[in-house]
Design a protein around this ligand. Sequence first.
Ligand code: MG
Length: 123
Amino acid sequence: MDYVMIIDDSVTIRKSIELVIKNLGVAIKHAQNGKEALNVIKGIKESGDNLSLCITDVNMPVMDGITFVKEFRKDDRFTPVLMLTTEAGEAAINAGKEAGASGWIVKPFRTDQLIDAVKKFIR
Ligand SMILES: [Mg+2]
């Protein structure tokens, strides 16, 4: 099974992302912060399944998106991470890039923007 991880503290946002990308034929797992995501990802990998993409919010309690990417990159250098940010500023985007993010989308995003970005990273 190929999974896409959706990480956001807002259940509404997680569900709206799922609604958009499930049409691309991917299996989806949710987490509400970076720490929970790392645990879910560990479970995916331990079951022999594949993680094809992480879509993560930046501002979350417990573990934010930047910290998540840094931690995730310690043992996965290749799986793409798409960041959802409310800040379009260069500083925020550079912080994401430096942490190891592969791309970003500025919230609120349009459905077609999200589909295009996800298609770019999964195959
Ligand atoms: Mg948030």
